[in-house]
Write a protein that binds this ligand. Structure first.
Ligand SMILES: *Cc1c(COP(=O)(O)O)cnc(C)c1O
Length: 321
């Protein structure tokens, strides 16, 4: 019946594929956080996932479904962030060659991490070259299969396994808050919520500086923006995807925004109160709840902490101020 790009069956199948490979990450609670929000909060800790973010789920689910020819040919992606590391690690585990297209000025730590997982890094100039065009050209020339960071049904279904695990652990929730960049995580999690907790209200959270998702949901068509200036580097996307938006418009109630200052306050809260390192983008959903962007009083609330990859010096700079 459904004409959406993914169904709950796809999320469940992804969960089988990643079983024993991805971590089943812990769900943490905090009395202090509950008191502050006036609600019962459940934090799904993807900052403790392999390679430090939920992106491992989608990347592994996508490469695991390659045909023998695709596996022999290799995988390519364009990303300077967590998706690059997720593809490199997943490819290594599945015995597939990975090529990652990154900007010349990508942080050295991210280049090193990607190379450390055995990925071949090809640099481009972000001011003069189009990474998507370059990725497609290299894919065609070298017989590589392109796996984009979010707009792909196998990636989306994989990301949804985070929410599936959360609901399996907590039972039905009244609300679920999810960080939003291009919408892979939000579309997958909303699909899981729709099946496992149909009464749950799903809310996406993006940076104030880049509220294209919010405007897209309000206007009913995908809004494009310039790369937003925000410390949430995992959500500096310029637009939602065709596939992700198709799911989000059906399954997500609302998209709210938080400021960089609110993200920093939330990082500090996690470090000082809950003893966990969460990267700025990973704090989006939690910031919306802890900073009171939405009325959650008296509710049971799920919150996805999407990642923990932040350079230590940068972390000290942000939380030390
Ligand atoms: C990629 C990423 C996001 C955004 O995910 P989308 O699927 O692009 O919406 C959020 N948090 C972290 C830590 C990420 O790496």
């Amino acid at each position: 019946m459904s004409t959406l790009p993914i169904s709950f069956d796809d999320v469940a199948a992804a969960h089988e594929r990643i079983r024993g490979v991805a971590h089943r990450t812990p769900v943490l609670t905090s009395r202090t956080a509950n008191e502050r929000a006036g609600a019962e909060l459940f934090f799904k800790c993807e900052n403790l996932q392999r390679m430090g973010a939920f992106k491992f789920r989608g990347a592994y689910n996508a490469i695991a479904q390659f045909t023998p020819e695709q596996k022999a040919g290799g995988v390519i992606t364009f990303s300077s962030g967590n998706h690059a590391q997720a593809i490199a690690l997943s490819a290594k585990l599945l015995g597939v060659k990975a090529v990652i297209v990154m900007p010349h000025d990508a942080p050295a730590i991210k280049v090193a991490a990607t190379q450390g997982y055995g990925g071949e890094v090809i640099f481009y100039d972000r001011y003069t070259e189009d990474r998507e065009a370059l990725g497609k050209r290299l894919a065609a020339e070298r017989g590589l299969t392109l796996i984009p960071p979010y707009d792909h049904p196998h990636v989306m279904a994989g990301q949804g396994t985070a929410a599936k695990e959360l609901f399996e652990e907590t039972g039905p929730l009244d609300m679920l808050f999810v960080p939003l960049g291009g919408g892979g995580l939000l579309s997958g999690c909303a699909t899981a919520a729709h099946a496992l907790a149909p009464a749950c209200t799903v809310i996406g959270v993006e940076p104030e500086a880049g509220n294209d998702g919010q405007r897209s949901l309000q206007t009913g068509s995908i809004v494009h923006i310039d790369t937003p200036k925000t410390i949430a580097d995992g959500a500096q996307t310029q637009h939602l995807g065709q596939y992700t938006f198709a799911v989000i418009r059906e399954r997500v109630r609302e998209i709210v925004t938080v400021s960089d200052a609110e993200l920093v306050d939330t990082m500090k809260f996690f470090a000082s109160r809950m003893k966990i390192v969460v990267e700025p983008t990973g704090c989006l959903a939690a910031a919306a709840v802890l900073e009171g962007k939405v009325d959650v009083r008296g509710k049971r609330v799920g919150i996805v902490l999407s990642g923990g990859n932040v350079d230590l010096l940068r972390f000290a700079e942000l939380v030390g101020a």
